[in-house]
Design a protein. Structure first.
Length: 255
């Protein structure tokens, strides 16, 4: 039986600004990456998102980013490893207390945006994040691209790590992704869903420039701010189930 986790970035509204449709998406996914206030989210949104995840029995993950509300955490910043550790510790700690209040636990951590991309290629940043996560909870799973510094360092350190692929981002030949979507918007949900099925069952994906490459996918990401994300999520779930793939939280795949 094939198994895969579906994760989504959640809780990215802020104050009067609403982003995404968290409750509708919660009904399709198995793991939620909850923004912790640096790139998006605020205390009220964090609390509500944790409560939604509990309501729909969705695994909770911290989604720490760089301190960049204006740029939604997708602008690269020069930070020392010590600064990265403090940023991650601060954000995960905040989410952990909201989880404690709701009597749930943090399952995983997935860095956001520029912090995620930088860690995938920079061993020093990767180690800073991994060391912080290991200090907080040695059993916490971290999400990473299969060919990345985070994946390699996590294996060396014994940190549980899940291989992540994307439903709504283009992959590259090196195993990375393009940070922003290509094209005006994604609207062929059936095609996107079948691409996910192929990644999970065949371990293959077509890159942004048309090359057919190998990929490993234990968790599939759908971004909450992708146009039509709830519709895409439903189509992915439908296609996976029709193909005999069981959709489960990452903790049931990564022990």
């Amino acid at each position: 039986m094939y198994k895969v986790d579906l994760n989504c970035d959640m809780g990215e509204s802020f104050g009067l600004y609403e982003l995404g449709n968290d409750e509708e998406l919660m009904q399709s996914i198995t793991s939620a990456n909850i923004a912790c206030g640096f790139h998006a989210g605020d205390p009220h949104v964090m609390r509500k998102t944790v409560e939604l995840a509990k309501k729909y029995d969705v695994g909770i993950g911290a989604h720490p980013g760089l301190p960049d509300l204006l740029g939604f955490g997708r602008r690269f910043m020069t930070c020392t490893p010590s600064e990265i550790k403090d940023y991650v510790m601060y954000q995960v700690g905040a989410l952990r207390e909201f989880c404690a209040a709701a009597d749930v636990k943090i399952q995983h951590c997935k860095p956001h945006g520029a912090l995620f991309m930088k860690a995938m290629e920079d061993k020093t940043i990767a180690r800073a994040i991994l060391e912080t996560i290991h200090t907080i909870d040695p059993k916490m799973v971290i999400f990473a691209l299969s060919q990345s510094e985070v994946m390699e360092e996590a294996i060396k350190m014994g940190v549980p790590v899940a291989k992540e692929a994307y439903a709504d981002r283009e992959h590259t030949e090196s195993g990375s992704i393009l940070l922003t979507r290509t094209g005006a918007q994604i609207n062929d949900y059936e095609e996107m869903a079948q691409r996910v099925v192929r990644m999970v069952k065949e371990g293959r994906v077509f890159t942004h420039d048309g090359k057919d490459v190998a990929i490993k996918a234990e968790t599939i990401c759908i971004h909450g701010d992708t146009p039509g994300a709830p519709a895409l999520a439903k189509k992915v779930v439908e296609a996976l189930k029709e193909s005999g793939v069981e959709i489960v939280p990452i903790k049931k795949i990564i022990s």
